[in-house]
Design a binder for this molecule. Structure first.
Ligand code: PHE
Length: 465
């Protein structure tokens, strides 16, 4: 290939021949080209195998809020020593003096360092100095860092750093990525100052251009919506914040059900729905709970506002408000669960939910619709499995084989709404319902083994997928 170089490329090569190994920022400064021009030039040079880029990351250390306080006013344990250096003091006195500045941390660390002893007698505990405290390695380190930001690898006492990192808000670690550009052998030979003949290299590689595109997750959502519409369903919508009444009670989920607990559900603090439903609905739902589950149903519990944990609250509200004899609707949107994030769990994700109401609908119809739905998405390796939901009977779940993970994962929950759910709300026809996570479908479509990938903003993947 003839080496016709662009003006930008020449400038970069010239600069690197004079001063090897520069960051893009340094190149921009020395060549007086903009950082965008430099980045583009580097890409071209990489393609021509004239430049190499190596990436490195540097961790820097600075003090957090408590670290700065310790730097300026001393560690809590040091303050404690100041207080008791002339005479022993009682716990209460010390607590009063140190309030707000880490009384517990002061006692724990002073004890750990062997500085103090605690004598218990009838009138309480007294703290006195056991040994004259010398400066600790942590104190030394804090004074070295001070209000500066310093590279982690310059810190000699790694153990002291480790201890400080364990204390809350003492140390802030930040990682900075940097790129270093250098020339290849081939590029070192180039005479970058020679003027060329002005010829144009028609075979030169052009920079890749990435046009904008929709996110794969959005594509999946759109595709699912389209399938529903094609199957004759219309969309219904509901709010993200719901009263517990619609999210749980109307769905016959008892008030002491584990799903309602704080570690599973996000409650909206201090928010309550005065009238979550009309008096008749409340009365009948309440009766259904007391009679069937046999406990004392509380209105106050149903008034608590939550971030909806499933789209089934939208379904049931629609049914209670419209009491249709025949209907095919679906809803789609975000739901929230206070769960540990993993390859198949997110705290915030999207659900799809469909329902069919009619005179002669049966479980067989429900399974048929599921199969059709999955077929449209290109999923054929599925099986149905019995499961439990408080609001459906029978209840099933579909498992789909994820080739990438090499295992079956749960996709949709489904069933026929129990009479304990429908009767109190005046719904007289059988209701088939199913719902599940969209990210899991997207995982299958895009051959992923981790749902978190959809939220990572990994540009390389997004551009090529
Ligand atoms: N709400 C259930 C879930 O979030 C799914 C479901 C919908 C189950 C409708 C039965 C009927 O997993």
């Amino acid at each position: 290939m003839s080496q016709v170089l662009h003006y930008i490329e020449k400038k970069i090569i010239e600069s690197l021949q004079k001063k090897p190994n520069q960051t893009p920022e340094q190149l921009s400064e020395y060549t007086e080209l903009s950082i965008d021009q430099i980045r583009r030039g580097i890409e071209w040079l990489k393609l021509k195998e004239l430049a190499k880029v190596s990436e490195s990351s540097k961790v820097t250390i600075s003090l957090g809020k408590n670290g700065i306080d310790a730097f300026k006013n001393g560690f809590p344990e040091r303050k404690l020593i100041e207080l008791i250096k002339d005479e022993p003091k009682s716990f209460d006195e010390v607590r009063k003096e140190l309030s707000g500045t880490g009384f517990n941390a002061a006692i724990a660390n002073a004890k750990k360092n062997g500085w103090v002893k605690i004598d218990k007698n009838d009138s309480g505990a007294k703290i006195s100095i056991k040994e004259k405290p010398i400066q600790t390695p942590e104190e030394k380190l804090i004074s070295v860092i001070g209000e500066k930001s310093i590279p982690e690898d310059q810190i000699e006492n790694k153990l002291a750093l480790k201890f400080l990192l364990q204390r809350p808000d003492y140390i802030i670690q930040s990682t900075e990525k940097s790129k270093t550009i250098s020339l290849t052998e081939k590029a070192l030979q180039i005479d970058s100052t020679a003027s060329d003949s002005g010829a144009i290299d028609v075979e030169a590689d052009v920079p890749q251009v990435f046009v904008s595109r929709t996110h794969p997750l959005k594509d999946t959502i759109d595709e699912i919506r389209e399938i529903f519409v094609k199957l004759g369903f219309s969309e219904i919508q509901g709010k993200l914040a719901q009263s517990s009444f619609w999210n749980f009670d109307a769905l016959f989920t008892p008030q002491d059900h584990p799903a309602r607990e704080l570690q599973d559900t996000f409650y909206l603090e201090n928010l309550k729905s005065e009238k979550p439903a009309n008096p008749k609905q409340i009365k009948q739902v309440s009766t259904s709970h007391s009679q069937n589950w046999r406990y004392n149903w509380q209105l106050s519990e149903s008034q608590k506002m939550v971030l909806r944990t499933h789209t089934t609250c939208v379904t049931i509200k629609y049914l209670a408000e419209n009491k249709p004899d025949e209907s095919r609707v679906f809803s789609l949107g975000r739901v929230f669960r206070n769960e540990k994030v993993s390859y198949k769990h997110l705290v915030e994700f999207n659900q799809i939910e469909g329902i069919v109401i009619g005179n002669n609908t049966t479980l067989r119809d429900l399974m048929g619709i599921q199969k059709e739905f999955y077929k449209q998405l290109g999923l054929t390796k599925i099986k149905f499995w019995p499961t439990f939901f408080p609001y459906t009977e029978p209840s099933l779940q579909t498992m789909v084989f994820n080739e990438k993970l090499g295992k079956w994962i749960e996709l949709f929950g489904m069933g026929i709404f129990r009479p304990e759910v429908t009767k109190p709300l005046g719904i007289s026809k059988p209701v088939l319902a199913w719902g599940g996570g969209i990210e899991r479908i997207a995982m299958l479509k895009y051959d992923q083994d981790d749902v978190r990938e959809f939220y990572n903003n990994n540009l390389n993947w997004l551009r090529t997928v």
